[in-house]
Design a protein around this ligand. Sequence first.
Ligand code: BES
Ligand code: MN
Ligand code: ZN
Length: 482
Amino acid sequence: MLIKRFENNLPENSSVVFLLSCEDCEKNSELCFCDEVREIISRKDFTGKKGSLVKIPVFAKNNIRNIYLVGLGKRCDVKLNLVRDSLAWVFRTAGRDQNFALQVMLGDLHFDDLPVALSEAAELCAYEFDRYKSKNADHKDFALKEIYVDRDFSEPEISKGRIFAQAQIFSRKIANEPGCVINPESLSLKAAELAKECGLECEIWDSDRLRAEKMGALLAVGSGSQTPPRLIHLSYKPANPVKKIAFVGKGITFDSGGLDIKPENYMTTMKGDKTGACNVLGIMKGVRELGLNIEVHGFLAAAENMPSGSAFRPDDIVTARNGKTIEINNTDAEGRLVLSDALCVASELKPDVIIDMATLTGACAVALGNWRAGLFANDDELAREFLAASERSGESFWRMPHEDEHIAESLKSPFADLTNCGKRYGGAIFAAIFLSNFVGEKISWAHLDIAGTDFYEKEFGIYSKGASAFGVRTCLEYLSRI
Ligand code: BES
Ligand code: MN
Ligand code: ZN
């Protein structure tokens, strides 16, 4: 999307957007709104209420077709995230209304990251997972291509927003693909393609290599599928990095539950169980485009969790890469298994920080709902920095306990070092403590449980229907501030 300061004339098929708070509407006479807007406001047809959007047709003055009024609610409650979501909403609406360009009146809104947020909204509004829908005769493509603003925005900020948003879209595109398209092998091809296009190192371990490398947990999860598992490793290595950070993503390309098969209404959307891995790909793309001075590694633990004659079973005992044995209580608790081996490999690089992300537990979604993800961290400073980044990105995280002696007790198995599944209560904490067994000593580690936030049924704000790629922008923000 082209973003520029408004100069004099708008191109054909343009509209004007006003972002207005309730206070703006109350004192409308002081603001130099045009007659159409003043009329609507004085009739109280638009009061600036949060979540309101009004379209006023204009009789083709200076190429202007419509005026859109977007309500922000009470001025003192307006946060940058609301502005980002409101912008994305009006951009999406206007693009579908066949507007080619928009002039956005930001009035006296001021936030440090407003240019970044506007640029993110401009990119994210245009993405929709519609490639499998036949286009009928009256289908019209999304038309919005240019956005003009009423002030100077710096190019680096616009470009930061674009990179962040495109990283998130990259992840969404893959995460939205069904299990018949994306399996561990095709996911590894996508990763290799990305690495080639943007200049990242890429190493892929197939099942023979995984066996040689003693990745017993990842192999077990993948054993029921026609498509064997993969460990995918992308790396970005600048000359004199200030830090080394590894990301690890859960890449279950479809989670049927395995032999502990899921009931039907729990199995749909499980193509989205690879979101953590897709996010890691998006982050690696973003890191490369930002040219950050940090060595960044991305690991994707890819497997398909299927029931079959060759599937792993409840009661099986598997050995992870670090030698710890795991008794399988439930084949549906597979994410922590694939992550355990990948966390071992990541730890061997001795990074300063490991951040893993996974659609790991329904329990986390039950605890926090669909709009806030779980953050577990063994380092308070890392947690603080991550939460500060999430404040900026607008993706909200809530810190959860990463230690609990009673829950830790329930990880014990009578016959192996660990069991993969405990009681229902505290399920997200159980999973986090399980993972901590595979993180190397003295490594700052954060675990993001994005099970509740990975998929949206309805579009809203910057989110389209389907995969959200929640967390990509927060991780990039966290890295940009190091
Ligand atoms: N992929 C699921 C978690 C999930 C649930 C993600 C809902 C997104 C939405 C995970 O593999 C799983 O099945 N978890 C089980 C764990 C249980 C067997 C301990 C769960 O949450 O029920
Ligand atoms: Mn599962
Ligand atoms: Zn899963």
